[in-house]
Design a protein around this ligand. Structure first.
Ligand code: 3HC
Length: 670
């Protein structure tokens, strides 16, 4: 097998080049090749400096995550980086693309770093539930200071080359197209400089105030996660002890995280997210349809949010409404949202104008004729949707993709009103559609493979994580929400309170519980609107105008700042319904809430898989992580069930009388 590492001589400079597509991950062969090349450079008296660079789209993007959890071949990365740093000839990292994780650690072990303007440096290990485990937590603060090291390690966001240069992490920004030549020139400038600067030999002063402020500011963000605190502890250690002691501490912390379930869950999601874009029976080289203009029907909250995704990605949008007032309101909301983003510095004013300039608002349905994709985003009513699709069928050009943003309805039934069911697909966005990462792509019985492939590709362009779902009521996410809600409602009558149920869900790591979610979304959503027809607690609340946060009253009472408090009135209504239904009371424990609201979701997920409505268990996990805020450190409901133990989940479900899915019982979920 040829090594992914090769060397080239440029006079007295040895260039060490990695060619390990797609991202130059630091797998065993790369590490072995690097070790040999560094030894070669050190041993060869005619070499005065070395440059490490990578072919392809990026500098080393990290350790090879696929090797984690398996026996690893030598040299280990921590040993390798120490060896690089120990070289008595200067080593220069020549960075393009993304120097991430272990890649950033290799760069830190080099004596100098040069980078192209577009390069990024980062230590994203925390997003995998880990920390930089090859000296990164010890070298980074010594080079870039405590504050930046905390930001980079505990949050995991990469920084741009210029910011890295300002912090001393990059020594020179070089030409975008002349990285190697500029790195060689730099090497010649520094080859004779002694002493050779070694990050591990530097000292960094403690900064307890920065650490306290950082921890305080990010308390919410880090809630429930183990890795951020471990990253912080390692950075603090770097300010207190010499390097060789610090790396031992780092190693021990790294191994603790690596062996834990949180990192396993987060690594699972890393690969699950990438796997989700692959469709089992659609070849990766399927010819895609060109999407140069998108039409959106409906300029309400959903339609407007959907339109923004395309506008932000530079794809022109025609947005259609029935009345001028609604159109103006929708357009105004889009502008206001962009301007708020610009005010936070996350968009430039000219980008706002470019996005708004690409929007064509119109009352003329016929304008959709020029669109390559039309997304219907009107309210959930089958008759209305059928009428719209009949009209679209008459107007749209051949080959245009017709999509419905329905959250529940049958795509096949909608497709059947057209002469082109192969071009019809579901695009289920999650609210707010311009923010939430998930897109359920609903594949109808006749949806063409190239339509699905185009959807998956388009999702990437608009920075969504797309998952394919089959036609089933509520698709993957909302279908799993239903048994949870049914049980939560029953538990109220049996003796639990909304506060208790929500508290258990929040403690589990969800952003909010079922009743907090109902209040946010609107208790009146899906309500039959007849105040005299009261069949359950929810009807009773809706009939009294307790529609949730928007009315300052729902399952909770709210003050003007929308701070919730337990409601005496709701307690009364629940008590009335307990009596009316003659529901026996018992003390509901937190564990029972878990077993009766979360286990049924797993069960439903298993049924969805058995019915072939999702491709794989990891897709179900992706839906819940990106669409509903399931805590990523629990890896999604299906991964969580595995860590809980399928046997325990099955026993819990059976104890409460649920019919358990066969694959869950047999432990054959895939
Ligand atoms: N190890 C193994 N495979 C990796 C990988 C890694 N570190 N990084 C990416 N890949 C794989 C992906 O799984 C994907 O495979 P696929 O094509 O079979 O699905 C392929 O490379 C391309 O990845 P993306 O689709 O993500 O490509 P993008 O261009 O969108 O993004 C990237 C590139 C920004 C480098 C992104 O892949 C990324 O963020 N990678 C992870 C970076 C990371 O977390 N590094 C730290 C690793 S842990 C570590 O270094 C520990 C050390 O401290 C000891």
């Amino acid at each position: 097998m040829t090594s992914p590492i090769r060397t080239e001589r440029h006079g007295d400079v040895l260039i060490i080049i990695s060619d390990n597509p797609p991202v130059n991950a630091l797998g065993a062969a790369v590490r072995q090749g690097l070790e040999a090349a560094i030894k070669q450079g050190v041993a060869d008296a005619s070499v005065e400096a070395m440059v490490i660079r990578c072919d392809g789209r990026t500098f080393f993007a990290g350790a090879d995550i696929t090797e984690f959890g398996k026996p690893m071949a030598e040299p280990f990365l921590p040993t390798l980086v120490d060896m690089v740093e120990a070289s008595d000839k200067p080593v220069i990292a020549a960075i393009h693309g993304t120097a991430l994780g272990g890649g950033c650690e290799v760069a830190l072990a080099c004596h100098y770093r040069v980078a192209t303007p577009s390069a990024k440096l980062g230590t994203p290990e925390v997003k995998l539930g880990l920390l930089p485990g090859a000296g990164g937590t010890q070298r980074l603060p010594r080079v870039a200071g405590v504050r930046l090291a905390l930001e980079m390690c505990a949050k995991g966001e990469p920084i741009a080359a210029q910011k890295a240069a300002d912090a001393g992490l990059v020594d020179r920004i070089v030409g975008e197209g002349s990285l190697e030549a500029d790195a060689i020139a730099f090497a010649r400038e520094v080859k004779a400089a002694r002493p050779i600067p070694r990050a591990s030999e530097r000292e960094v002063a403690p900064d307890p105030e920065a650490v306290a402020a950082f921890t305080r500011e990010n308390g919410r963000r880090f809630r429930g996660f183990d890795a951020p605190a471990a990253n912080i502890a390692c950075v603090v250690k770097a300010t207190a002890v010499p390097y060789h002691e610090g790396v031992q501490f780092e190693r021990a912390e790294f191994m603790k995280l690596m062996m834990g379930t949180q990192s396993a869950a987060q690594r699972h999601i890393f690969f699950a997210e990438r796997q989700a874009s692959k469709i089992d029976d659609v070849s990766a080289d399927t010819q895609l349809r060109a999407i140069n203009r998108v039409g959106v029907i409906g300029a309400g909250t959903m339609g407007g949010g959907i339109a923004m995704n395309f506008l932000s990605a530079g794809i022109p949008v025609t947005i259609v409404e029935m009345a001028q007032e609604a159109l103006d309101r929708g357009q105004g909301t889009i502008r206001k949202t962009y301007e708020a983003t610009a005010a936070k510095g996350r968009m430039k004013p000219d980008q706002v104008e470019a996005a708004m300039g690409a929007l064509t608002p119109t009352l003329d349905f016929a304008a959709l004729a020029e669109c390559d994709l039309v997304i219907e985003a009107v309210y959930e009513n089958m008759d209305v949707k059928k009428e719209i699709f009949t009209r679209l069928d008459g107007i749209c050009k051949p080959g245009a993709i017709l999509a419905s943003n329905t959250s529940y309805l049958n795509i096949d039934e909608i497709a059947a009103v057209t002469q082109r069911p192969q071009d019809v697909v579901g695009m289920h966005f999650f609210s707010p559609a311009n923010v939430m990462k998930l897109l359920e792509v609903v594949r109808g019985a006749q949806t063409a493979p190239d339509v699905i492939a185009t959807m998956m590709d388009l999702a990437k362009k608009i920075r969504k994580v797309a998952v394919v779902a089959g036609v089933t009521y509520g698709f993957i996410g909302n279908r799993m929400l239903m048994p949870r809600q049914v049980e939560a409602n029953k538990l109220l009558l049996e003796g639990a309170t909304p506060e208790q149920i929500d508290r258990v869900h929040v403690a589990f790591g969800m952003p909010m519980g079922p009743f907090q979610m109902a209040d946010l979304a609107g208790v009146d959503i899906g309500w039959h609107r007849d105040p005299t027809r009261i069949e359950n607690v929810r009807d009773a609340l809706a009939a009294e105008g307790r529609w949730g946060q928007k009315k300052q009253a729902g399952f909770y009472d709210y003050d003007e700042k929308r701070t919730p408090s337990a409601s005496a009135r709701v307690a009364e209504i629940i008590a009335e319904w307990r009596e009316k239904t003659g529901t026996p009371q018992h003390e509901v424990t937190d564990q029972e809430i878990v077993e009766r609201t979360l286990y049924p979701m797993v069960n439903e997920g298993a049924l969805i898989l058995e019915e072939g409505k999702a491709q794989r268990a990891s897709d179900v996990d992706v839906v819940w992580i990106y669409g509903y805020g399931w805590p990523v450190y629990r890896g999604g409901p299906m991964f969580w069930a595995k860590t809980e133990g399928y046997g325990k989940v099955v026993a819990g479900l059976e104890k409460h009388g649920f019919a358990v899915a066969q694959s869950l019982k047999a432990g054959t979920i895939k």
